[in-house]
Design a protein around this ligand. Structure first.
Ligand code: ATP
Ligand code: MG
Length: 277
């Protein structure tokens, strides 16, 4: 059974730098797929390709049974939304106006702004807790406030597939949990397919229905977190010694990094800090 979103034989590159070669990935429909992996392993690059922001050097992305390149761009934006890792807001734009931009793909020549657009913008802002910021300038918000405004914009796009590149960066722990709970609700009750890049392995294990571990432009393992995450995988992907125990709250894998060893015991230690005079 083909899924709504898949990449086949993807070679992704920037000029001379090849990030992935012949990578194939299938996003299970109605999953909360989480991608983890070390910095620079190609997570954002993959999300960009899956959302047609980056053209593969080889291979193809399929959306709803057709090559993603065969759709008009507005049609892609009605089916799939991307929250990039970093976004720059237009100068002097207010929160409400930025979130309203999420409705552009739904507007047509003869149907401009509607009550429905109004309602979706209001609900998206409420869901991400930015209603009180409505009239503020996006430039003047804190990092975490801004991140939630961008998320509201992505929600307002009301797409069946939502790709989120590090949606919890900059957020305090309560807002992190709120955003991830919201993603889980969208997947469970809203019938959507979510793909998120996360750095927190324990959050990834708690929330992912399908986990993809990447390293060096390759998929090293994928499946249910409980089936694939163990100390050997964490060592292979991140080069980190750890223990994996059941999360006391959910039973999902909990990654506990090994305690720091004194410098003198670390054979590989190269950096010897000078004593402060
Ligand atoms: N616009 C670009 N031009 C050239 N090289 C790029 C560009 N964007 C990313 N790269 C390179 O491609 C590789 C993969 O980057 P990517 O952003 O996909 O990593 P990532 O897994 O998302 O990392 P992080 O966890 O730090 O966000 C890196 O070596 C990076 O330096
Ligand atoms: Mg990235």
């Amino acid at each position: 059974m083909p899924t709504r979103l898949a990449g086949e034989g993807l070679t992704l590159a920037y000029d001379q730098r090849v990030v992935t070669e012949g990578l194939s990935v299938t996003i299970p429909d109605n999953s909360f797929t989480v991608i983890v992996g070390p910095n620079a392993c190609g997570k954002s690059t993959l999300l960009r390709a899956l959302s047609r922001m980056l053209r593969p050097r080889a291979g193809a992305v399929h959306l709803d049974g057709k090559a993603i390149t065969s759709y008009p761009s507005k049609e892609v934006a009605r089916r799939l939304g991307l929250l990039p890792q970093t976004s720059i807001a237009p100068d002097g734009i207010t929160v409400t106006d930025l979130v309203a931009r999420g409705r552009f793909p739904h507007q047509r020549l003869l149907r401009q702004w509607s009550r429905e657009d109004e309602r979706v913008v209001r609900e998206s802002m409420a869901a991400t807790g930015v209603t009180d910021l409505a009239d503020r300038l996006v430039d003047e918000l804190s990092g975490g406030q801004r991140q939630r405004v961008w998320l509201a914009m992505a929600l307002a796009q009301q797409t069946g597939i939502l790709l989120l590149d590090e949606p919890t960066t900059f957020l305090d722990i309560t807002h992190q949990v709120e955003v991830l709970d919201l993603c889980a609700d969208l997947q469970e009750t809203g019938g959507r397919t979510l793909v998120a890049v996360l750095h927190d392995l324990n959050q990834a294990c708690r929330y992912a229905t399908h986990l993809i571990a990447m390293c060096g432009g390759r998929i090293v393992a994928e499946g249910a977190p409980g089936d694939i995450v163990d100390a050997a995988l964490v060592r292979e992907v991140f080069g980190l010694d750890c223990r994996v125990i059941p999360d006391p709250e959910t039973g999902s894998p909990l990654v506990v990094p090994a305690a720091r060893r004194p410098l003198r015991d670390r054979a590989e230690a190269r950096y010897e800090p000078a004593a402060v005079p």
